[in-house]
Design a protein around this ligand. Structure first.
Ligand SMILES: [Zn+2]
Length: 63
């Protein structure tokens, strides 16, 4: 599963604000994601992200 910075991830488990879409800011052992609903930054280990991704919505500017 290939995730690039700028991509939007749709997750199986929503953020507490109710939005399931997160924008990728930085990738690595831990991913830095921005919730599209409330704008909060979350840092999540890659292994947790990979289990939780429902869909990758690529950034049209990057592809
Ligand atoms: Zn949120």
């Amino acid at each position: 599963m290939k995730v690039s910075p700028g991509d939007i991830l749709e997750m199986k488990k929503p953020h507490p604000c109710g939005d399931k879409r997160f924008k990728v800011h930085r990738i690595g052992i831990e991913f830095r994601l921005e919730c599209m609903g409330c704008g909060r930054i979350v840092i999540v280990p890659r292994i947790k992200i990979e289990k939780n991704i429902k869909k990758i919505i690529s950034d049209p500017k990057e592809h």
